[in-house]
Design a binder for this molecule. Structure first.
Ligand code: TXA
Ligand code: MG
Length: 321
């Protein structure tokens, strides 16, 4: 099927209240018409996502944004001008028309304009903004290829729009304007430093166990089946016995390769962008080998490194080292 035929078909399905998985530059999303509460309810069902965890709404232009929010503060405008379309989500006061099921009853709505041409056309053709949580069962790793989506949700959704592998590979950065000062709710594809270079200091929302600032930011999230360990060194091997162990390395490892059953290198030259783009697919591959344990390396805590480390900590199931 040609791309434009696929986009047309997908748009028809959205208009009829169906579910379409769609590509973005970050991860694949599970789409439904944001103004159709019944379609949105099916998204929660298919993902087995708790209803307290609100969805991001995807728009293709600023007219769509105006259907969703009451006003756009000047700092938010600046970020939109600089980063949309792109991996930045902003949280703003919502209009009454936005169904409560989308926002889990919150007075705010999270919005972003994704940077994938097929999905921008899809939203435009569907004639309505579309909700889009990552297209994975709740708590598991986000999908970065159409195949990941088909493997996990294929028979439960109406269409998978294949736009190739995701370029960024980690989810969008979320900035909330629900209070007087802008706050970072989730590190992601746009580095915090770039945001601060435009609007000045951004508060980092405190991460509290059990009561995350973005409701979906639970300590165990983005998690494979295999346990992950982040704090380890050469001595740790004494206690591993004959466990089958995998390594998730940031760069090409220099020594002790033979201790591992399998090794995934995120970026041979130690490049953050390449590492982020490979992250979820690499963990998925390790998760197929029936390992007893995955040893992972964190990366320097700057730029995209912040998002990579955040996902690694959640994949391990605890936020603090
Ligand atoms: O890159 C992305 O953002 C991807 C692609 C598909 O666009 N989507 C994504 O959606 O990561 P999801 O549902 O997996 O994560 C959305 C996060 C959740 O942590 C949710 O709690 C938070 O956004 N969120 C949504 N609406 C919110 C609101 N009104 N206030 C605070 N947090 C909100
Ligand atoms: Mg998700």
């Amino acid at each position: 099927m040609k791309d434009f035929e696929a986009i047309h078909q997908a748009a028809e399905i959205i208009k009829k209240g169906g579910l379409v998985a769609f590509p973005t530059e970050t991860v694949y999303g599970l789409g439904a018409d944001a103004f159709n509460p019944i379609a949105v309810a099916r998204v929660f069902e298919v993902k087995q996502r708790p209803h307290f965890d609100p969805l991001i709404v995807h728009v293709s232009d600023l007219a769509d944004l105006k259907k969703l929010v009451i006003k756009i503060p000047s700092h938010a405008k600046k970020l939109i001008e600089r980063f949309w379309p792109g991996p930045l989500t902003i949280v703003l006061a919502k209009r009454d028309e936005v169904p409560d099921i989308v926002t889990s009853g919150l007075p705010t709505v999270a919005v972003r304009m994704p940077r994938h041409p097929m999905t921008l056309s899809l939203i435009e053709l569907a004639g309505s903004p579309i909700v889009g949580p990552s297209a994975n069962p709740f708590g598991y790793l986000s999908p970065t290829t159409a195949e990941h989506v088909r493997d996990q949700l294929g028979d439960q959704i109406d269409f998978v729009l294949d736009g190739g592998p995701c370029e960024v590979g980690v989810e969008s950065t979320i900035i909330s304007f629900s209070e007087s000062k802008p706050r970072l709710l989730r590190p992601g594809g746009v580095p915090l430093e770039e945001i601060e270079s435009i609007i000045g200091r951004v508060e980092i929302a405190p991460i509290e166990e059990g009561r995350p600032s973005a409701p979906g930011m639970l300590p165990r999230h983005y998690a494979p089946r295999t346990p992950i360990l982040l704090d380890w060194d050469e001595k740790s091997f004494d206690s591993f016995g004959d466990m089958k162990i995998g390594l998730l390395a940031f760069r090409e490892p220099k020594k002790s390769k033979k201790k591992f059953h399998s090794i995934e290198v995120l970026s041979k030259k130690g490049d953050f962008r390449e590492a982020a783009a490979n992250l979820f697919a690499a963990i998925r591959r390790l998760d197929t080998f029936n390992l007893d344990l995955i040893l992972a390396e964190t990366v320097p805590e700057a730029g995209l490194g912040r998002a990579i480390n955040d996902r690694l900590r959640r994949a391990r199931g605890a936020l603090h080292p």
